[in-house]
Design a protein. Structure first.
Length: 460
């Protein structure tokens, strides 16, 4: 995949014609207003890929998600303690994660929701991390973005030329995955889902999509801090209402800061006792660790890869290694070509670029991070994203990340982020990147299975 050969030329030509009518500015204003989320900008005009490019991203995303999430088990077998030790996890964190994974009920969510982040480079797509977490970024973008795109003047302009953009049925795939995680509930009433957040300052307006999606499946929903749940021997309640399902819309990184370990453990115990369904952290946390990529690039594990897997890793995974006392000299020597990342953080938090610091500053940073008792870090080869021309962008040149969502092993749409070239910044919405859902003109049939609404889930 060369730089931006993915754009459908029919959409590019139509955009040129539409922009010449003078209608684009007003259409963009309506588009942004419809999608408004504080701190977010959405890419306009809507991004349309040709079918082959969309299929390439889908296929690569699925293959990499499966490889990265499955390979640690191949390396360590069922020795989860050895895996946690390789990742360098603090003992308290590791014990909680391992407890969640060891039990079939709490471990069932471990890799249910994944998102590989693929940077577009002149050498093809490069995997910078595999996100494995319930509050997956992009989930609240793709479906609303597609809906807004189809209701734009630009879409009507395309329709007049026989072109209708579409995208994967993100909500349907998520709900299918969700139903598959639930136990059999003996109730005639709709199940009550609690969307749990951890940070009291978390007011993500994208959550309205999650609420609407849950309700579209026939469920009731409440939202609040996980620490405000009332737990007893019979399960969980919130504001006097009995809760059937707790979905953690926070990461392990947030868990460590805001959620007492005793609360997490109690929620796990209630799940094991089949009093609630507890979906999310900490079952995902061993998989959602950037040091797992090092398993694919460190020579000592190379023999465990098949020829096909080895070729996939060499082509699409940049060299990654753990920051440890025995790798410090290497990290110092290769400063200009490395980025240092917290292993459990997200959204570009805590990234440090070696080329922006002198030798003394870089050493001081790495030594400080080596001594950090709460977080582990990885070094990854710095990529040079391709600068590609995007229709409607000003300036036209953009760096791009493509992030296919994988729910229950199924493709659920591609989240796109694009930003003007910046030498020491991430391509994240938190750092000003524009967000989008990737569209194509290919037909998107109804998904084969859409979960029926309650009242009864016995037949599921």
């Amino acid at each position: 995949m060369t730089a931006w050969s993915s754009l459908d030329p029919r959409a590019t030509a139509a955009w040129t014609e539409f922009a010449a009518t003078g209608a684009a500015d007003a259409d963009n204003e309506r588009f942004q207003k419809r999608l408004h989320r504080p701190g977010w900008v959405h890419a306009y005009p809507p991004v349309v890929f040709h079918g082959a490019a969309a299929d390439e991203v889908t296929d690569l995303g699925l293959r990499l998600a499966e490889l990265v999430s499955e390979f640690p088990r191949r390396v360590f077998g069922d020795d989860l303690e050895a895996w946690a030790a390789y990742l360098g996890l603090p003992a308290e964190d590791a014990e909680l994660m391992i407890s969640a994974l060891r039990h079939p009920r709490t471990g069932r969510t471990a890799t249910a929701i994944m998102r590989p982040d693929l940077v577009v480079t002149d050498d093809g797509l490069q995997l910078v991390e595999l996100n494995v977490s319930t509050p997956m970024g992009g989930m609240s973008t793709i479906a609303p973005y597609t809906e807004a795109a189809l209701d734009s003047d630009y879409a009507r302009f395309l329709a007049a030329r026989g072109l209708t953009p579409g995208a994967a049925a993100t909500s349907h795939v998520w709900l299918d995955m969700f139903v598959g995680l639930l136990r059999e509930h003996d109730t005639e009433r709709p199940l009550h889902v609690f969307e749990a957040i951890a940070n009291p300052a978390d007011s993500d307006s994208g959550r309205r999509f999650f609420v609407d999606m849950i309700r579209s499946g026939g469920y009731e929903i409440s939202c609040g801090l996980v620490t405000d749940l009332e737990l007893d021997e019979e399960g969980a309640s919130f504001e006097g209402k009995r809760i059937d399902v707790v979905v953690t819309m926070y990461t392990w990184h947030e868990t460590k800061t805001y959620v007492p370990p005793g609360l997490t453990r109690r929620l796990m115990e209630l799940d094991i006792a089949e009093k609630i369904d507890f979906i999310g952290a900490p079952a995902t946390a061993l998989h959602d660790n950037k040091a797992n990529l090092a398993l694919l690039t460190e020579p000592e594990f190379d023999h465990l890869l098949s020829d096909e897997e080895r070729a996939l890793a060499r082509a699409h995974v940049p060299v990654t290694f753990r920051l440890r006392a025995d790798t410090l000299d290497r990290a110092l020597a290769e400063r200009e070509e490395l980025i240092c990342k917290p292993a459990s953080a997200y959204g570009g938090k805590g990234l440090a670029f070696g080329f922006t610091q002198d030798d003394g500053q870089w050493r001081a940073l790495l030594e400080e991070r080596l001594a950090d008792p709460r977080e582990t870090y990885v070094l990854q080869r710095r990529l040079r994203p391709a600068v590609v021309d995007v229709p409607g962008a000003d300036p036209a040149g953009r760096e791009v990340v493509l992030a296919p969502l994988v729910f229950g092993g199924r493709f659920a749409g591609t989240f796109l982020r694009q930003a003007p070239p910046r030498s020491a910044s991430t391509i994240n919405a938190s750092s000003g990147a524009e967000a989008a859902g990737v569209l194509t003109f290919e037909p998107y049939p109804e998904p084969p299975h859409t979960p029926p609404p309650p009242p009864s889930y016995k037949e599921l």
